[in-house]
Design a protein around this ligand. Structure first.
Ligand code: HEM
Length: 392
């Protein structure tokens, strides 16, 4: 009996100590540390909206979105910043071009001051830039340990293997993979317009075509499971971004457990499929028959050459880079092109000049990647893209 009581006492003390440790760690990391960070930031002269626990400024951000979206529909304005980020525009008026805002218990620095960025980055090696841990968690299923996520020497190693894949001759070879989906999309538009169809959802069309292009150029579509990977990557993107996200809020991953489980499940399936593609390609490489000139093929060849000096990527890392390039190069390009087309639609003069320039270079023939170099260095399209990135 005495032994049983002793055991019970020991067990109770262990549970109490564990709970105390757990709660004190929780309070320290979710409350004390953010308050310390807040005071330190304030002491260094940065101001910003006052955060509340545990949401930071997220509630305010969400509320101002609800007001703004309904009031700004159907209005084309170059002041896209205050339409898309009304809270940033408001805070900029109050706190200037540099301020701190909070996502949950994580502080973020808002910078709309190019000089500040220039000074900050001057003399700092790429590998010394840290990456926010808070995104690592949130975006793990998308990027894994790909370039966007890795830091320091690991980042250097990945860059060392990846950079040669983007040589001019490789880009030229990838260019031919881009022509088919683009031509298909434009032909569909022509058919729709000729049949009197009044409306084309340009953003959706371009996003789909860009997805296909980036999938072809990253890991190939025709090759075995490429198509399945593409579909699942799109599904994961929709799952992760079509729901409320509470980045930085403690335990936020438990707020949308269904979404997170679904993303994890898709992530695993994508990894398996990509691993099977890599496996099959390795076998082809071993017998010297692989001629795939997409990013995966180039990285695998590069790894094979560089592997001798210990600078290769593992199969797992190749999988993560394929996902990284898909997500990194997909909507970024699609949205840049969509806004560029909007600008061109708003300024028919530019449109006419651009059309004339394209006709001069390409003529009425097929789009040919090799002719890109014949465009003037600064053409209307380049100007539109720069303007679009600057404005939007
Ligand atoms: C208009 C189009 C694009 C824009 C505006 C854009 C923007 C950016 C930005 C701002 C970063 C820095 C992100 C960070 O460090 O957190 C970045 C990095 C990156 N982007 Fe893009 N991007 C575009 C197109 C692309 C394309 C087409 C690809 C792939 C083919 C791509 C792949 C990447 C990768 C891999 C990184 C990480 C680079 C590194 O850390 O070394 N991006 N991009």
């Amino acid at each position: 009996m005495g032994v049983f009581l002793l055991f019970q006492l020991f067990f109770t003390i262990a549970i109490i100590s564990f709970s105390l440790h757990f709660f004190s760690t929780l309070i320290f990391s979710c409350w004390v540390l953010p308050i310390r960070a807040y005071n330190k930031i304030k002491k260094n002269g940065f101001t910003g909206p006052i955060p509340s626990f545990p949401m930071g400024n997220i509630t305010e951000m969400k509320n101002s979105m609800n007001i703004n979206v309904s009031s700004s529909l159907n209005v084309i304005s170059h002041d896209i910043h205050s339409t898309v980020f009304p809270y940033f525009a408001r805070w900029q008026k109050s706190y200037g071009k540099l301020f701190i805002y909070w996502l949950g218990t994580e502080p973020f620095l808002y910078v709309a001051e190019p000089e500040f960025l220039k000074n900050m980055s001057a003399g700092v090696l790429g590998k010394s830039w840290g990456k926010p841990k808070v995104f690592k968690h949130d975006r793990e299923p998308m990027f894994g340990s790909g370039l966007v996520m890795v830091e320091g020497d690991e980042w250097v190693r990945h860059r060392h293997v990846i950079t040669p894949a983007f040589s001019p001759s490789n880009l030229k070879a990838m260019g031919s993979l881009m022509v088919e989906p683009t031509t298909k999309m434009l032909d569909q538009w022509a058919t729709l317009i000729n049949s009197g169809y009044p409306e084309i959802d340009v953003e959706r069309e371009i996003t789909t075509a860009a997805g296909e292009i980036i999938a072809r150029t990253s890991f190939g579509l025709s090759y075995q499971n490429g198509n399945k990977v593409f579909e699942k990557l799109r599904a994961m993107q929709i799952t992760l971004f079509n729901s409320n996200r509470y980045v930085g809020v403690p335990f936020s991953k438990w707020m949308c457990p269904k979404k997170n489980l679904e993303a994890k499940r898709l992530g695993k399936e994508i990894d398996q499929l990509l691993l099977s593609i890599i496996d099959a390609r390795k076998k082809s490489l071993d017998i010297g028959t692989s001629t795939q000139k997409d990013l995966l093929g180039l990285l695998m060849e590069g790894s094979l050459i560089d592997g001798r000096s210990g600078k290769s990527l593992t199969a797992r890392e190749l999988v993560d880079e394929c996902k990284t390039f898909f997500f990194g190069g997909h909507e970024t390009t699609a949205l840049a092109l969509t806004w560029t087309l909007l600008l061109l639609a708003m300024y028919p003069d530019w449109q006419n000049q651009l059309r004339d320039e394209i006709k001069q270079v390409i003529g009425d023939g097929e789009i040919d990647f090799t002719k890109l170099a014949d465009f003037k260095k600064v053409n209307i399209f380049t100007i539109s893209i720069y303007l679009d990135i600057y404005l939007y």
